[in-house]
Design a protein around this ligand. Structure first.
Ligand code: DP6
Length: 326
């Protein structure tokens, strides 16, 4: 019998970039994220007595887009499942299938939703096999396990806001709840430097000196700004934070870049909107070329305007789905 689970992705406003210990994905600094409920990974798992090892396959379901995992990606995923099997005392071998409810070839795919969903699926098998006799783990405990597979996945256990600090991830109260999400798709190809490699390389940047203090200070300022519902200051802090991270990429050795000419154009246009209106979305970027935007519910007008402008420039992802460039 198949056991299923799904988990959302998340977008960090204060970034996890740099690890103290790569084995457990221990971050150098705290991070803070918003849960992206609409971007989800679905995982299903089934025991198969004929297998001599666990195997992965794309999950084929009409409403889902099967993922193609690279050899390395598959290994990382299956290794995490092995770790989960030990933790939950699961015997035998399993078929693991996974897919996203969004296209995986447009640069939106995140390991956060995949690893969180895999952790939940393995946990569900444990509950299922014990016939409900075993107590379930608490979200904080599951988040700790998931962190081992991929750091940012530990934040996907909390919604809408998640704070990951030295003790682990937990929910944090912020007055903004139902933020709307858009992604300006500046480059839809698979990135050349994985985020796991980026975590290692940034340590070699001169600018990494002071990064931990900067991130922690900015985090406190951002939480205060959001709690005071100071949107403009929140935007400024988010803006500085993603630039801080990308500058680490540009100055590490060897240096690398995700920002391309479309990214620069998009950032310039967004900056102009904020300058002219004194209002706009929160802007952030992950380790990639795409630009993520978050809007309050009452910013419908500006949301539509940004969409109108950018649809002539590049494809856009919205909570309602993928929109081709016009
Ligand atoms: C830039 O969680 O993908 O998205 O722990 O090696 O799997 P691993 O890295 P990952 O790193 C995410 C980095 C980021 C910033 C963030 O999400 O905080």
């Amino acid at each position: 019998m198949w056991v299923e689970a799904s988990a959302p992705s998340n977008i960090a406003l204060i970034k996890y970039m740099g690890k103290i210990d790569s084995l457990g994905n221990k971050p150098t600094n705290s991070s803070f994220s918003f849960c992206l409920e609409k971007l989800r990974t679905f995982v299903r798992v089934k025991k198969n007595p004929e297998l001599s090892q666990d195997i992965w396959a794309p999950y084929q379901r009409e409403d889902l887009r099967p993922i193609e995992l690279s050899e390395k990606g598959r290994e990382k995923f299956l290794n995490h499942f092995l770790f989960l099997k030990k933790e939950f005392k699961l015997e035998g071998f399993y078929v693991i299938e996974s897919a996203n409810n969004f296209p995986s070839d447009c640069g939106l795919a995140s390991s956060a939703s995949s690893f969180a969903a895999l952790t939940l699926a393995a946990h569900n098998i444990m509950i299922e096999q014990s016939g409900g006799a075993k107590m379930g783990y608490r979200p904080k405990e599951l988040a700790k396990l998931s962190q081992r597979g991929s750091g940012s996945s530990c934040r996907s256990f909390f919604s809408p806001w998640s704070l990951w600090h030295s003790e682990g991830a937990e929910t944090i109260q912020i007055p903004y709840k139902n933020l709307k999400h858009q992604v300006l798709l500046c480059d839809e190809s698979i990135k050349k430097v994985s985020s796991s490699d980026a975590h290692q390389r940034v340590l070699s940047s001169d600018l990494f000196k002071g990064r931990v203090e900067r991130a922690e200070e900015r985090l406190q300022k951002l939480i205060s700004a959001m709690r005071a519902q100071n949107w403009k200051l929140s935007y400024q802090l988010c803006w500085n934070e993603f630039w801080d991270m990308h500058m680490l990429f540009h100055t590490s050795s060897p240096s690398f870049m995700y920002m391309n000419s479309s990214t620069m154009k998009a950032l310039e246009m967004l900056h102009k909107i904020w300058d002219e209106k004194g209002d706009g979305p929160l802007v952030t970027m992950d380790a990639g070329s795409n630009v993520h935007l978050l809007y309050r519910e009452d910013q419908g007008e500006i949301y539509n305007e940004v969409l109108r402008i950018f649809r002539h420039e590049m494809p856009v992802w919205t909570d309602e789905g993928y929109l081709n460039k016009l």
